[in-house]
Every structure is written in structure tokens, then in C-alpha cells.
Design a protein around this ligand. Structure first.
Ligand code: NAD
Length: 492
């Protein structure tokens, strides 16, 4: 084997870090990154890891390409196609990075330590410990909002993690097979074949579209005896779905859903969930209220984000965070307000933008630039200090040393100028089923709204190009081809 290069087969060699995991360098600062989502991984991708002792901590040892998660619920895409192991990502970094698969339970900003515990099935002797940091990046994301509505946590499926998508996929087939059970009553078949989605944001809409496709393209053919009973209902508290998209795209989505026979109940707020029913209050056009009970087989809850306990705990320890509700308030450099040496990125940070993958990845890129610059600045400053000191000792070389100092100072002036974080919105895309998508895209500083079949092709190519690695890209294309040619896999 060639030193520093790994053979990955088919005559391909890949650069890799030569040392497995080196001991931390005491002359460098320890940078701890919490999370392996969009924010943290974008930071890692661009970070010059040789400047710091980098430690990554996350209960998930992979990066998940979340935009295609709804497609995993029906098997259009297999889950491993959109996962990239964090250790593969770290291997390509110049200096070694430590990874601990663990959950952060608390952050002590005074002692500068993170408390972590092993949340996995297999436990060793050590399950809980502390990791000290000089610099900390919190990129732990958010959890699912339930607003304390009774029964939601116990009975519904969320759609955030890969496990959620797998659970939904199993549950759909469980409902179908149970509905097809011998002598099942018509009411029970109706209930089991009723798929309810709560939340008309992009997650709920994309999932409803994928579900309808699954039914039309596969279930209907393979389980024809119950096919006329399948129904998808989307419940949204606001007057329309996809509130963040432009008006014409909202109308297009709603009319496409009508064609696809997805029932939309807007101005309908879910108040209670039981193991078989969803209770909601609908506001009629005349302003009166009506309670509706929806019996369901599958319930998917997609009503947005809530703050994770570890973030809540940190907020309670920092007085400047007292008035922040939706997450860690950060300044224009993504520094957590009122805390020293802590930055936050992604859905756990409140920087004035929507909690999207696009925002998180731009924030991660920004921090990488900032940290790379900080390290270069410190290196130049120490060189200048060293040379200035030697000026007095070596009087003969004064002119040359002064020139060197000037050159370093010039470089320093150039790199110190880090502009505050600015989010540049590239647009929003959503798949709405039956090979149609909607897109609000920024084009030459203007906004372009597009919808339909061509937009669907655009949606596909955009997501393919955004996939984490070539491996992911090939796997996703392969899954699309496979489900087109042979249909989706109905095994549970
Ligand atoms: P969201 O916050 O965008 O939407 C949740 C919806 O649930 C809201 O419209 C809300 O009115 C509704 N709701 C809340 N409580 C309810 C109740 N009790 N009964 C009925 N309806 C209720 O959530 P999301 O779709 O999960 O998206 C989260 C974030 O991720 C957003 O910023 C979104 O833009 C982003 N995202 C984007 C894409 C994309 O662009 N394709 C896909 C997924 C998520």
C-alpha cells in the first residue's frame, strides 16, 4: 500500500489520512462539534482540520440527506442510499478527527465541558463522561413539535430520522395486509386504509404525494381487493398548505392534490390523538367551529420543530438567552449570545432564517471560513510577535526582518476582514406526487415560480447534484430506476 493513500478497488486510489487517530496536539485548541446534520457536516467538509484538535460528537454516525427522506417511506429510495457514514467523511480530512457516537446531555459554559452519554444498544464499561472544549459548535438540530397535544407522541409516526421513515414503510404495509385479512369488516378496512398526515408544510405535502404515488403505482395493482378504500387526508391548521411558497404554487399544489384524490382539510387544528382516531376542530367559512373525528390506520405528524432538551438546558444557563424561545439566539457571526466560545448552526440556532437544510449548510460553510481565518490570523500574529522579538536580538538583519513583518501584517489585514453571515436563498423545491413538483427559485435576483412535470425533472436533477457523494448519487439513481422498472418492494 502507498502511505497516505487507500485502495478502494477498481484501480481507484483515494487520499486518506495516514494515521488512524492521533493523540490531541497540546499546542492546538480543541474544537468540539455537536451533531452530524447539515450544519455540522458542511462545517467539517470545509474546515482545515490541521488547525485544531477536532472532536465530533453525535448519536448518529452518518450524515442523512433529508430532502429525499419522504421517498424512503414508500421504498422509492432505499434508506442507505441517502446515508453517508461520518467516518468516511472524516477519513478524507487532512488531519485526523475524533468521533464519539454519543448524545450530548448538557453543556457547561462556565467549565467549558460537554456531558455526553452512550445511547446505543451495546454498552461498554464507560457510558457517560465529559469532553472539555476550547471552542464549541452546537449543531444538534431540533426535535418534533407536538405542542403537548395528547396522544401524539404515543400514536403517531414522525418524519425526521431514517428510523422514522422505516417505521412508516412498515406501518403502511401492516395496514394494507391487515385490511386484506380474511373477513375484515368494511369499517375496519376503511379505517386501516385511511392514511392521515398532520401538517401542511413541505414535509407533510411531500409525504402525502409519495404515499399517493405508492398506492397508485404499486399497492393498487398488487392488492386490488382493497384498492377502492385507500385514502390520504392532509390536515393543516392554517388556511392553506405550503405557507412559505408563492400563492400560485399553493393553488397548483391544492388542485394537484384534488386530482390525486388527497383530501385537504385546511383551517383544521388537531386537538387530540388516540390509537385509532384523530380529533380536530375545523373552522367553517362562517367562523363557526366543528369537531371532526378521523379514524386512521397510519398517522404521520409533521408540524415542524421544537427545541431539544440539551439546547433548552444551555439556554437556561445563559441569562442572555432568557427571551429566546425557538432556539439559541446567535449574533451575525453565529456566536451564541451571552456565551463565550460557543457557536450554533442549523435548526437549533435562531439567526432570523427558516429552519432549512439550505440555511444550515450555508451556516456550516460560513463557520468553516471563520475558523480557518481565525487559525491563520493566530498563526500570523504569533509569527509577527516572534519576528518582532528577534528584531532586538539580531540587529544585522533588521531590514529583512522588518520586510517580513510588513508582509505578514499585510496578509493579516487581508484575512481579518470576515464579513458577517449572510444567507443567500437559492429557492425552495417540493415534490407533490404524480411526477409533479413546485419550485420557487431565485433567478438573477428575481423570483421564478414553476410547477409541473418539467419542474419534477428539475427537482430530481437538483437533488441528485446535491447528494453528499458520488456513491449516494449512483445509489439514488439506481433506486429510481429500480422502482420504475420493477415497482416498489412491498415486503414489510
Ligand atoms: P412546517 O413548520 O413548515 O409546517 C408545519 C405545519 O403544521 C404548519 O403549516 C402548521 O400550521 C401546521 N400545524 C401545526 N400544528 C398543527 C395542528 N395541531 N393541526 C394541524 N396543523 C398543524 O414543518 P415542516 O414541513 O416539517 O418543515 C420544517 C422546516 O423544514 C421548514 O422550514 C421547511 O421549510 C423545511 N423543509 C423544507 C422542505 C423543502 O423545501 N422541500 C422539505 C421539508 C422541510
Amino acid at each position: 500500500a502507498i502511505a497516505g493513500v487507500a485502495y478502494i478497488g477498481y484501480g481507484i486510489y483515494e487520499d486518506r489520512h495516514p494515521e488512524p487517530q492521533t493523540e490531541p496536539d497540546p499546542t492546538k485548541k480543541t474544537l468540539v462539534i455537536l451533531g452530524t446534520g447539515w450544519g455540522s457536516v458542511s462545517l467539517l467538509k470545509r474546515l482545515d482540520t490541521e488547525n485544531y484538535n477536532v472532536i465530533v460528537i453525535s448519536p448518529r454516525n452518518y450524515f442523512l440527506f433529508t430532502p429525499l427522506l419522504p421517498s424512503c417511506t414508500t421504498g422509492t429510495i432505499e434508506h442507505r442510499s441517502i446515508m453517508e457514514p461520518i467516518r468516511t467523511i472524516l477519513r478524507s480530512k487532512k488531519a485526523s478527527v475524533r468521533f464519539y457516537e454519543a448524545e450530548a446531555s448538557s453543556i457547561d459554559p462556565d467549565r467549558k465541558v460537554v456531558r455526553i452519554f452512550d445511547n446505543s444498544e451495546v454498552k461498554g464499561d464507560m457510558t457517560e463522561t465529559e469532553v472539555p472544549y476550547d471552542m464549541l459548535v452546537v449543531g444538534v438540530g431540533a426535535e418534533n413539535a407536538t405542542f403537548g397535544i395528547p396522544g401524539v407522541r404515543e400514536h403517531s409516526c414522525f418524519l425526521k430520522e431514517i428510523g422514522d421513515a422505516q417505521r412508516i414503510r412498515k406501518r403502511i404495509m401492516d395496514c394494507v395486509e391487515t385490511a386484506a385479512f380474511k373477513d375484515q369488516s368494511p369499517e375496519e378496512i376503511n379505517r386501516l386504509m385511511h392514511m392521515v398526515v398532520v401538517g401542511g408544510g413541505p414535509t407533510g405535502v411531500e409525504f402525502a404525494g409519495e404515499l399517493q404515488d405508492f398506492f397508485e403505482e404499486d399497492i393498487k395493482k398488487l392488492v386490488p381487493e382493497i384498492s377502492d378504500r385507500f385514502r390520504v387526508t392532509l390536515i393543516e391548521a392554517l388556511p392553506n398548505v405550503l405557507p412559505s411558497f408563492s400563492k400560485q404554487l399553493i393553488e397548483y399544489t391544492e388542485s394537484t392534490f384534488k386530482e390525486e384524490k388527497i383530501n385537504i382539510h385546511t383551517k383544521t387544528m388537531v386537538k387530540k390523538v388516540t390509537d385509532k382516531t384523530v380529533e380536530a376542530v375545523a373552522t367553517r367559512p362562517d367562523g363557526t367551529k366543528e369537531t371532526i373525528v378521523f379514524p386512521y390506520g397510519l398517522l404521520v405528524w409533521a408540524t415542524g420543530n421544537a427545541v431539544r432538551p440539551v439546547v433548552q438546558d444551555l439556554m437556561s444557563r445563559v441569562p442572555a438567552q432568557k427571551n429566546s424561545r425557538r432556539g439559541l439566539a446567535v449574533n451575525e457571526y453565529l456566536v451564541v449570545q451571552g456565551a463565550r466560545d460557543i457557536w450554533a448552526v442549523g435548526d437549533c440556532a435562531v439567526a432570523g432564517y427558516a429552519p432549512t437544510a439550505q440555511v444550515a449548510s450555508q451556516e456550516g460553510n460560513f463557520l468553516a471560513r471563520l475558523f480557518n481565518n481565525m487559525a491563520r490570523t493566530e498563526a500570523l500574529e504569533s509569527k509577527i510577535a516572534e519576528l518582532s522579538g528577534s528584531l532586538n536580538i539580531q540587529p544585522g538583519n533588521t531590514a529583512e526582518i522588518s520586510r517580513e513583518i510588513e508582509e505578514y501584517e499585510r496578509q493579516l489585514r487581508r484575512i481579518k476582514d470576515v464579513k458577517p453571515f449572510h444567507y443567500s436563498h437559492q429557492g425552495s423545491l417540493a415534490y407533490i406526487g404524480s411526477e409533479k413538483a413546485v419550485a420557487d427559485v431565485t433567478w438573477f435576483n428575481g423570483n421564478v415560480a414553476a410547477a409541473g412535470g418539467l419542474t419534477y425533472l428539475f427537482w430530481r436533477s437538483a437533488y441528485i447534484s446535491m447528494c453528499f457523494s458520488t456513491r449516494n448519487r449512483l445509489l439514488v439513481i439506481n433506486d429510481w430506476l429500480k422502482s420504475k422498472l420493477f415497482g416498489r418492494d412491498l415486503s414489510r
